[in-house]
Design a protein around this ligand. Structure first.
Ligand code: GDP
Ligand code: FE
Ligand code: FE
Ligand code: FE
Length: 195
């Protein structure tokens, strides 16, 4: 994939280096898997391959920033204090979008929303947001219960894949007695329980 420079001033290799500097090699392998899955879904559903690649490579950009730095960012920038109750698993999406914009100069809103919503989804998601949400779940390195069903669904019904993934995530969180972030429930209500 050769970037047009419409969305980021870096080449793909430079973007890869910028991302690699932020995360462990294990997570970096995951990120490359998400890019592969996202590009495949983008081709299937007529989404920009360049936007899918950029959003995939940057989606976990903030995942390994220290809790201290992220807590300070939330309070200094007057962001959502509710994130403090959930930790990095929830804040790395929205704070990732903010840091990717600031540090990598990416300003395309569709890409930033795909990063922002990749963990919990949203009631309204563009095709690119759906592609990243699903690619994060089905990339080749993933082995969750239900991942094969999501892979199969994603091959011809992206919205059904979003719904199935959301339901599996909720099953998992409930099984583990984890706190459910309210936006996760809003995503479920729209994409699963929607009459
Ligand atoms: P990753 O960053 O590639 O590991 O994947 P995600 O960004 O999709 O998810 C990060 C973590 O957040 C996963 O362990 C999810 O199970 C978890 N997660 C997703 N939704 C919620 C939620 O509503 N509440 C909590 N506590 N965790 C969640
Ligand atoms: Fe993530
Ligand atoms: Fe995810
Ligand atoms: Fe991820």
């Amino acid at each position: 994939i050769v970037y047009s420079k419409k969305y980021v001033s870096l080449t793909r290799n430079e973007l890869i280096e910028a991302v690699q500097s932020q995360i462990s090699s294990k997570r970096f392998q995951h990120v490359l898997g998400v890019e592969q899955a996202a590009v495949q879904l983008a081709e299937r559903y007529g989404v920009s391959i360049e936007k899918a690649s950029i959003a995939a490579l940057t989606h976990d950009y903030a995942k390994e920033r220290s809790d201290k730095e992220m807590r300070e960012l939330i309070s200094h920038e007057k962001l959502d204090l509710e994130w403090l109750d959930y930790g990095s698993n929830i804040w790395h999406g929205p704070l990732g979008a903010l840091l990717v914009e600031r540090e990598l100069g990416i300003s395309n809103l569709d890409i930033l929303n795909a990063i922002k919503h990749h963990t919990v989804g949203a009631e309204k998601m563009s095709l690119l947001e759906q592609v990243i949400y699903v690619a994060d779940y089905i990339e080749p390195g993933r082995d969750f219960p239900g991942v094969e069903q999501v892979r199969t669904l994603a091959a011809d019904d992206l919205q059904a894949a979003v719904g199935y993934e959301t339901k599996q995530t909720l099953y998992y969180l409930i099984e583990k007695n984890r706190r459910i972030y309210p936006k996760t429930i809003a995503t479920y209500n729209k994409w699963v329980a929607n009459p």
